[in-house]
Write a new protein. Structure first.
Length: 161
């Protein structure tokens, strides 16, 4: 796996994250926390953006972003436009990092939490982590809004050359 292989997948899923936020009918809905849900949709967005900006944008791409994980889980009340702005910044930083990372860097390692893994395996984990939470966000939006329709989040056309 190369960064070139992973780039369209991560950018597709970030575009889907953006579409999910815009599919909420108002600025309050992303922050509703149904009983039994560990996180609101807004919290998932902030967490994903912080995670990817840190591990991909800053560690691989040198963006200078400094992560504040507590703020990801404690932030509340941002508008959909503000959440989309976070996503757009993430898309920019992640895309730039993945397009510019050298193969030699991918042959190295990265530290994710308490674990050191190969950089390639770490990137794969980050992509799966993004998709996992994207699914949670989709479910949250459907539950909170009563809208059972999906947004076409995992379209394969985005992966063709």
């Amino acid at each position: 796996m190369t960064a070139t292989d992973l780039t369209p997948i991560m950018l597709r899923d970030l575009a889907s994250l953006r579409a999910e936020v815009l599919a909420y009918p108002d600025d309050v809905s992303p922050w509703v926390l149904p009983q039994g849900a560990p996180n609101s949709g807004g919290t998932l967005v902030l967490h994903l953006c912080g995670n990817l900006r840190h591990f991909v944008g800053a560690l691989l791409g040198g963006s200078g972003y400094v992560r504040d994980r507590d703020a990801e889980f404690n932030g509340r009340g941002l508008t959909r436009a503000e959440l989309v702005a976070h996503i757009d910044t993430t898309v920019d930083e992640v895309g730039r990092a993945l397009r510019s990372v050298e193969e030699a860097r991918l042959d190295g390692t990265m530290v994710i939490g308490p674990v050191t893994v190969s950089a390639r395996r770490g990137l794969m984990h980050l992509a799966v982590h993004l998709t996992y939470h994207l699914g949670q966000l989709d479910y949250h939006r459907r539950l909170v809004t009563g809208d059972a329709h999906g947004i076409g989040a995992l379209g394969l056309a985005a992966l063709t050359d």
